[in-house]
Design a protein around this ligand. Structure first.
Ligand code: UDP
Length: 467
């Protein structure tokens, strides 16, 4: 019940269904509305895919009405209530299993009771992991070796042990769960999540082998978990409508957006978006971005999670007039995959959410990395240090998505990173590497490719289970 999880889940269900499997997506009525058009289009093609919905028990869990997506959560109390509501879904979900009698259940990592529910019906539960093999490997190494406990300050770098590459992090960049004693309920949730993954029949990962081969092997052989790489799942969106209406209704007409991009030279536009959840509430940060962008002199499309008509004191005076023709602001939801796939896009300033990172790779677009929360600091390391297709903006401190951020990235750092990404020899090398990965991603999803084959191997295994 977060766009970063439901968007790839729906794509994954479409991939399964296109292989001749009946796919039923279970979600709440509110979340289903974001995907009805996509599913209708899929059904028109003769694909056997549909929704079943379960009401989200907002009132019972102490949440306001219609609070069925993490986007509506603004405090840690609401967050705990949200998890409580998820736990209340187990019983109606089991009723639904009784009715539908599926052969397999794929459930998100956040649905910790899913393995128990599947066991009751004697079917396998697969776990959908919203992130990639690199981040999973980093996470398990931190959990096992606790290297952050041997440094003397939050800013002293340490090496994450046992990984194929020398990956360095600081304590500042780690989630609270590594640093401070967690509330009992939160610690219990983290434990349940790990148990759910470990006791599931295997893990589905939205990634492709060629992107992070050493980490696929590490996860399978060292961490010892069965896993299938089946991505990039966003590649199942082939036509303009699918790309433009992914996850929500876009706040800009897709044709207007494409016209704007058509007027620009190849690789000349920076796309800026911080995913579905980040709202920089500090007006200071938004104006630093604006001034940095203006100073860079580059073309840009900037997605700001603000409503039209909302007071815009964060925009420097006269900003939009001064950047007219070279800067486009989208207020609300952007057709991200449509934009990234356009040849005019030369860079992506991203918070390193895994979907955005992978969508950028899939489009052959290098990144300015600006991690903020979740496992985004690990993803940054993959992009900048391992794949070498990105420049860090200098974001140093992890914070929870419901908290106000303590530190601000300055305008000069924005300007420097953007210029480094788009101009000069290094920029070209990064672009070449990203373009090579784009080709590999495409091949992975084609018949006989690594992800295509892994998905089919999984389906074959499931069929054997059914017989
Ligand atoms: N997204 C989009 N338009 C927006 C913001 C986000 O289409 O305006 C999509 C994006 O393409 C990606 C997902 O939302 O598929 C965000 O997932 P990610 O893992 O990058 O970040 P999260 O939102 O989970 O922090």
């Amino acid at each position: 019940m977060a766009q970063g999880h439901s968007i790839p889940t729906v794509d994954m269900a479409r991939l399964f269904a296109r292989q001749g499997v009946k796919a039923t997506i279970v979600t709440t009525p509110g979340n289903a509305t974001h995907f009805t058009k996509t599913i209708e289009r899929e059904r028109e093609l003769g694909v056997d895919i549909s929704f079943r919905t379960i009401e989200f028990p907002c009132a019972e869990a102490g949440l306001p009405e219609a609070c069925d997506n993490v986007n509506s959560i603004t405090s840690s109390i609401m967050e705990m209530n949200f998890y409580k509501a998820i736990s209340l879904l187990q019983q109606p979900f089991e009723q639904l299993l009784e009715e539908c009698r599926p052969s397999c259940l794929v459930a998100d990592i956040m649905i910790s009771w899913a393995t128990e529910a599947a066991n009751k019906f004697g079917i396998p539960r697969l776990c959908f992991q919203g992130t990639g093999f690199f981040a999973l490997s980093v996470y398990y190494s931190l959990k096992q070796h606790e290297p952050h406990k041997s440094v003397t300050s939050d800013s002293e770098p340490f090496v994450v042990p046992g990984l194929p590459d020398k990956v360095k992090l600081t304590r500042h960049q780690l989630a609270n769960s590594f640093k401070v004693e967690q509330k009992k309920e939160v610690a219990e949730l983290v434990k349940q999540g790990i148990q759910a993954e470990m006791t599931s029949q295997g893990v589905l990962v939205n990634s492709f082998y060629e992107l992070e081969p050493a980490y696929v092997e590490h996860y399978r052989n060292v961490i010892g978990k069965k896993a299938w790489h089946i991505g990039p799942v966003s590649l199942c969106n082939r036509d303009v409508n699918d790309k433009a209406q992914r996850g929500d209704i876009a706040s800009i007409d897709e044709h207007e957006c494409l016209r704007w991009l058509e007027s620009k030279q190849p690789n000349s536009v920076l796309y800026i978006c911080f995913g579905s959840m980040v709202r920089f509430s500090a007006a200071d940060q938004l104006s630093e971005i604006a001034i940095g962008l203006e100073a860079s002199g580059q073309n840009f499309i900037w997605v700001v999670k603000k409503e039209d008509g909302e007071k815009e004191e964060w925009l420097p005076e006269g900003f939009e007039m001064r950047v007219e023709g070279r800067g486009l602001i989208i207020r609300g939801w952007a057709p991200q995959v449509l934009i990234l796939d356009h040849k005019a896009i030369g860079g992506f300033m991203t918070h390193c959410g895994w979907n955005s990172t992978l969508e950028s790779v899939t489009a052959g677009v290098p990144m300015v990395t600006w991690p903020l929360s979740a496992e985004q600091f690990y993803n940054e390391k993959l992009v900048t240090d391992v794949l070498k297709i990105g420049v860090g903006v200098g974001s140093q401190e992890w914070s929870h998505w419901t908290e106000e951020r303590r530190s601000i990235v300055k305008r000069d750092d924005v300007n420097i990173a953007v210029t480094k990404l788009l101009v000069g020899e290094d920029a070209e090398e990064m672009r070449n590497r990203a373009m090579a990965l784009k080709e590999m991603a495409k091949r992975a999803m084609e018949e006989g490719g690594s992800s295509y084959s892994d998905l089919n191997a999984l389906l074959e295994e499931l069929k054997l289970n059914c017989n």
